[in-house]
Structures are given as structure tokens and as C-alpha cells.
Design a binder for this molecule. Structure first.
Ligand code: NAD
Ligand code: TYD
Length: 378
């Protein structure tokens, strides 16, 4: 079947993996990548597929309603996978307005443009889909208690024995009440509500998925894992917020992209799916795994980079624990993560070490200013 699919934010971290997967897997689909190319957007992430006949790129701002109308209409778009967003919590604490503009007004503009175009067609909403990519952070924060939660149902996420998979009894379910704390998660929660409102009010076929923290190649080095790999490489301090006890639930980005593909094609309209690998780590434990892996791959003696760990002032309103229950996705659509965490981390560290030019390009210029602004007063 031929389809015309708009992927927003395709020059970013997760978006670039989704674009690559769709362009490679579906030669009959026309994939239009729409991205504003903010500091986080980088067309070098898509070098390997940029010349494919079923791929095109358009530079645009999702908050520009007229542009969204034009692009959706001219490309006869019948499916939208919406990833474009401001995505970094620390930046949202410094500049919440940009987050409201892109994440809320941008999503609303995209919804409205799709609505107008699809309602103008004879078949209306038939065969159409607006798929919105969201985060587990909209659910708020979980408590850190005894590790007596759900055991991972996935054999692939079984990890080393020293590591627990759960740091509490409670998990985020699809039915968990929204309770965002940061300007980032508040803006994502708001956009999720608008997406559902367009289904409930106008009958637009929509879907929302909420995923846990992603890691892997092409992630901007403001996020924990690429930042720390790069700092170890340059023997720079590793700024651990607070006591390093916060817990995040980590998923390899290609597993998220595979879930998006599955849900785009088989997901139930108007439904919500949580995506996560039952793979919780305390920041400090994860950081030790990163240090060990980087040192080993660089040929440094064990413990060589431990002294780079530097405890700094905590993030304001720092959510203690995120943990996704993704059993609905496993049960209904048969999705499972493909990798053990240690394998994923090894692959990821190797990729950043092998792609130093990609990293150097990104960390030149504006990045230095960002880094000083974010870390000099901690
Ligand atoms: P990212 O910051 O790496 O990429 C975002 C992309 O959106 C960039 O290419 C940027 O140029 C583009 N963009 C930003 N503002 C835009 C605008 N106004 N118009 C058009 N394009 C714009 O983010 P990511 O980590 O790849 O996240 C992608 C999506 O997945 C986001 O919606 C995020 O909320 C969600 N998500 C991320 C994670 C994670 O761990 N990274 C987890 C769950 C959900
Ligand atoms: P991050 O990658 O920013 O993702 P998120 O805040 O969306 O979960 O951060 C992951 C965890 O690592 C989070 O608990 C904050 C912590 N962190 C640090 O300790 N130091 C850092 O320099 C960064 C960027 C994050």
C-alpha cells in the first residue's frame, strides 16, 4: 500500500531512528521529514538515507499553522508521526515559554492543519492517523521504596545480578492520572490532552504513546548518557545531580522505533500504550556502568575515570523515579525489547567513541555556551 507519512522532529534523536526505520522498511511509503532544525536537530543524523527516493526533508516550524496547512495539503499526508518537541528538562526550567510554544501550540497547529485537510477530503478521516509521541514524565514521579515491583516479563532485559529491576511497587500504567512537575512534562501533558481532545471532539483518529528514557546513537549530549561518555573521553567532571539516587527506566532507542512502527500499523485508534523495558537504574549505578564501559573500550585501567564523578546541586523539582509498566503493549501487540541493557550500553558507548566527528561538530559553537550556563553555578 502507498502512504504519505509526515514525521515531525525527524532530525532529532528518536525521530532520526524512526525516519531511518520507515525509509528502509517501507519503500512504497513517501516519508516527509519535517523539522525546524533547532540546536537539537541535525541532518547529519540521516546521512545514510538522505538520497533515498522515498525520503524528503522540509524545514519548518510546527507552530506555524499556515506552513503546516501547506505542507500537509501539498504532500497529501495521510499519516502523521509527531515527535518534534523541545525535549530537555533542564532547558525547560530555564525557558518554559519555548516549551509551551513548540510543544503545546506546535502540536495544536499540527492537529488543526491535519483536521482541516482530512475533513476536506471525500473519505474524511478514513485511513488517516495522527500518532503523537509522548513521555512517561507526564505521569509525575514515583516513590523510591523497597525493590518489590513487577519482575520484568522480558528475557531480553535480564541484567547483571548486582542490579535490581525495580525500585518500588508502583509503576506507571496507561490509566495513571497525569501529574506533571517540570515545565517540560507539563507542556507534553498539555499536548497529549489536545491530541485526545481532537479525537473526542472532532473524531480525528489519534493515538498517544508514553515512553520511558531512551538511549542510543545520535542523542544530543545534553542528556545524561552521551554527555557523560563525552566528558569521560575528555576527562571532564561528571556532574551528578543531588545524590545520584534518582531512578530512570532506560530503553534502547531502536526498540522504541520498532514499537512506534508496530503501533502506527496495528495500534487501536484513540488508545494509549506505555513503552518501556522494565529496566530501572539508579543514576549513580548507571554512571558506574558507563565509566567502566568507556574505560574498557578506551583501554584505560579499571577505575581510571571514577574520580571524575562530581556531585553537584540537584535539579529543581527533580522527579525521583520513573517506571513504566508496558505489559499492555506486550500483551496486545506482542512487542518486546530486543537487547539486554549491558549490550545496549556497549553498542552505544562504542558508537559515540567511533563517531567522535559527529560529537565534535555538535559540541563546537553554541554548545560551549549552553554548557557553561547550565553547569558553571552548580
Ligand atoms: P530531540 O530534542 O533530540 O529532537 C527534537 C527534534 O524536534 C529536533 O530535531 C528539533 O529540531 C525538532 N524541533 C524542535 N522544535 C521544533 C519546532 N518548533 N518545529 C519543528 N521541529 C522542531 O528529542 P528526542 O529525544 O528525539 O524526543 C523526540 C520526542 O520523543 C519528543 O516529543 C519527546 O518528548 C519524546 N520522548 C523522548 C524521550 C527521550 O528519552 N528522549 C522519551 C520519551 C518521549
Ligand atoms: P536526562 O538525560 O536529562 O533525562 P530526564 O531528566 O528526562 O530523565 O537525565 C537523566 C537523569 O540523570 C535525571 O535523573 C537527571 C540526571 N542527570 C545528572 O545527574 N547530571 C546531568 O548532567 C544530567 C544531564 C542529568
Amino acid at each position: 500500500m502507498k502512504r504519505n507519512i509526515l514525521i515531525t522532529g525527524g532530525a532529532g534523536f528518536i525521530g532520526s531512528h524512526v525516519v531511518r526505520l520507515f525509509v528502509n522498511k517501507y519503500p512504497d511509503y513517501r516519508i516527509v521529514n519535517l523539522d525546524k532544525l533547532t540546536y537539537a536537530g541535525n541532518l547529519a543524523n540521516l546521512k545514510d538515507i538522505e538520497d533515498r527516493p522515498n525520503y524528503s526533508f522540509v524545514k519548518a516550524d510546527i507552530a506555524d499553522l499556515d506552513e503546516m496547512r501547506r505542507i500537509i495539503t501539498e504532500n497529501h499526508i495521510d499519516g502523521i508521526i509527531h515527535l518534534a518537541a523541545e525535549s530537555h528538562v533542564d532547558r525547560s526550567i530555564k525557558d518554559p515559554f519555548t516549551f509551551a510554544r513548540t510543544n503545546v501550540m506546535g502540536t495544536l497547529s499540527l492537529l488543526q492543519a491535519a483536521k482541516e485537510y482530512w475533513e476536506s477530503l471525500p473519505e474524511k478521516y478514513e485511513g488517516k492517523l495522527f500518532y503523537h509521541i509522548s513521555t512517561d514524565e507526564v505521569y509525575g514521579a514515583l516513590e523510591l521504596t523497597d525493590p518489590q515491583g513487577i519482575e520484568s516479563p522480558f528475557t531480553t532485559t535480564a541484567s547483571s545480578t548486582e542490579h535490581h529491576h525495580a525500585y518500588g511497587r508502583a509503576f506507571f500504567l496507561e490509566t495513571t492520572k497525569y501529574n506533571p512537575h517540570s515545565p517540560y512534562s507539563a507542556s507534553k501533558a498539555s499536548s497529549d490532552h489536545f491530541v485526545r481532545a481532537y479525537h473526542d471532539t472532532y473524531g480525528m483518529p489519534t493515538l498517544v504513546t508514553n515512553c520511558s528514557n531512551n538511549y542510543g546513537p545520535y542523542q544530543f549530549p545534553e542528556k545524561l548518557i552521551p554527555l557523560f561518555i563525552n566528558n569521560i573521553r575528555h576527562r571532564k567532571p561528571l556532574p551528578v545531580y543531588g545524590k545520584g539516587e534518582n531512578v530512570r527506566d532506560w530503553l534502547f532507542v531502536e526498540d522504541h522505533a520498532r514499537a512506534i512502527d508496530l503501533i502506527f500499523h496495528k495500534g487501536k485508534i484513540a488508545d494509549t500504550y506505555n513503552i518501556g523495558g522494565f529496566n530501572e537504574w539508579k543514576n549513580i549505578d548507571l554512571i558506574k556502568v558507563i565509566i567502566r564501559t568507556v574505560d574498557r573500550l578506551l583501554g584505560n585501567p579499571e577505575g581510571h575515570s571514577d574520580s571524575l564523578i562530581t556531585y553537584v546541586t540537584d535539579r529543581l523539582g527533580h522527579d525521583m523515579r520513573y517506571a513504566i509498566d508496558s505489559r499492555k503493549l506486550q500483551r496486545e501487540l506482542g512487542w518486546e525489547p530486543s537487547l539486554q541493557f549491558e549490550e545496549g550500553i556497549e553498542k552505544t558507548v562504542r558508537w559515540y567513541l567511533d563517531n567522535q566527528a559527529w560529537m565534535d561538530h555538535i559540541t563546537s559553537g553554541d554548545y560551549q555556551r549552553y554548557y557553561e550556563d547550565m553547569y558553571s553555578n552548580r
